[in-house]
Design a protein around this ligand. Structure first.
Ligand SMILES: Cc1cc2nc3c(=O)[nH]c(=O)nc-3n(C[C@H](O)[C@H](O)[C@H](O)COP(=O)(O)OP(=O)(O)OC[C@H]3O[C@@H](n4cnc5c(N)ncnc54)[C@H](O)[C@@H]3O)c2cc1C
Length: 388
């Protein structure tokens, strides 16, 4: 069996490593940090419902359990036509097969340093927590949350964690019986943010904003951020003491110097089998890949895992001279357990259906339980449900 190099130790890279080891490949995984950051459960760090460590899964432990090599280093260059990539410390590495799973990057905005994103670097979650703590200590304040998309790629958006953030903040304030001392605001440039989740979800969130007295500012393009202000293109603005803002997303900037084909948004162009256009032995999976499929397609953890398993299957097929291939587009769907502080709504979309199932109380705990399930099942301490 040939060796497969995986670049990136996030949800996609780890799933690819596990699947390839199951197929008997020798696998090396490169990551610039020694843990998987389990983003879906990181939303509770700012409200102190989860500690930072709860959201991290050791890559070293995973490597031991599944028998792959772990290399902690920074990928600085990819030259796919030479079957090579370059690491900051270890230098040039040659590969038989390569899977690129390095995630996405954020677009820049004027004054964005006055905000912090819940979808940024793991350490940023701690900075948000500190800012929330400061405002709790102060006893009053204005907290804003918002997100934006990428005008050239509708998948370059991550909005759900912004909804979850503001609902969770509301819930913490309510529990402390100080909700009336704080103003909560939500902004997004779209007229109907959350549209990809379906019309039922948009209606439900609209009702929620009204019920929780969170003021909304929709359909206004963001001009810039100032220290205590979000300024819109029409010169109106909102004043805030803290702004959590999730920028639109694009491909990592260092890829511009690689020879990989990139979309206008800088994501790696792939076919339905996750093979990078023009290369037989190079695959891209997860947030870094340019996705094809229905209008409502989004870059999600479970889509990243589908792509990872398919890439592993397709590499196995190529190595065994089989024509069998698995397409992520045929398997794509949208599943979100959107946390609402003390409840959750299950949102599901596929080619036939659009569902929204409110799950008072239990949904919140299912989402929290999923984090534990992810860790234990990936470490083989409990069995995995097929495809989950
Ligand atoms: C707050 C939040 C909540 C979310 N909630 C949900 C949810 O409820 N459900 C859902 O399905 N999805 C959710 N998502 C989306 C999901 O987490 C992502 O789609 C998924 O993490 C993508 O996995 P990935 O491996 O492609 O990228 P990432 O998880 O970003 O992993 C990329 C990895 O590559 C490493 N890396 C990057 N650059 C380099 C480099 N140059 N050299 C070496 N290593 C590098 C990084 O350290 C990282 O480990 C959420 C995301 C966020 C941020």
């Amino acid at each position: 069996m040939k060796k497969v190099w995986i670049l990136g130790g996030g949800i996609a890279g780890v799933e690819a490593a596990i699947s390839l080891r199951q197929e008997g490949f020798e696998v090396s995984l490169v990551s610039n940090r020694d843990f998987v950051f389990i983003h879906p459960i990181s939303i509770w760090i700012p409200t102190r419902e989860k500690e930072f460590e709860d959201v991290c899964l050791s890559l070293d432990e995973l490597a031991n359990v599944h028998g792959f090599e772990l290399v902690i280093d920074e990928v600085v260059k990819i030259e796919a036509s030479k079957n090579s990539f370059t690491l900051k410390s270890a230098g040039e590495v040659l590969f038989d097969y390569l899977i690129v799973a390095l995630g996405g990057e954020k677009l820049s905005y004027d004054g964005v340093e006055n905000t912090i994103s819940i979808c940024g670097r793991p350490e940023d979650l701690l900075r948000i927590r500190d800012r929330i703590d400061e405002l709790l200590f102060k006893g009053s304040g204005k907290i804003a949350a918002g997100f934006a998309g990428n005008p050239v790629d509708t998948t370059g958006v991550r909005g759900v964690p912004a909804f979850e953030f503001i609902f969770n903040i509301h819930n913490v304030l309510k529990k402390k019986k100080i909700r009336d001392k704080y103003e909560l605001l939500f902004f997004a440039p779209m007229e109907t943010p959350g549209q990809k989740l379906g019309t039922k979800a948009v209606k439900e969130f609209g009702k929620f904003f009204g019920k929780l007295k969170i003021s909304t500012h929709f359909g206004k393009q963001i001009d810039r951020f100032e220290q205590n202000k979000v300024v819109f293109n029409d010169k109106t603005f909102i004043e805030t003491d803290f702004t959590m803002f999730i920028p639109g997303r694009c491909g990592p900037s260092f890829l511009q110097k690689s020879d990989l084909p990139l979309s206008d948004a800088g994501f790696i162009k792939i076919n339905h089998y996750c093979q990078v256009d023009g290369f037989v032995n190079v695959f891209a999976i997860g947030d870094i890949a340019s996705l094809d499929g229905p209008d409502w397609r989004v870059k999600q953890g479970h889509v990243a895992e589908i792509m990872a398993r398919n890439a592993a299957f397709n590499i196995f097929s190529i190595e065994n001279n089989s024509d069998a291939r698995r397409s992520y587009v045929e398997q794509i769907n949208l599943i979100y357990m959107v946390d609402m502080g003390n409840s959750a709504s299950l949102v599901y979309r596929d080619f036939q259906r659009e569902l929204l199932v409110p799950m008072p109380v239990v949904g919140h705990w299912i989402k929290k339980g999923w984090g534990r399930y992810y860790k234990l099942s990936r470490l083989k301490k409990i069995p995995r449900f097929p495809g989950a």
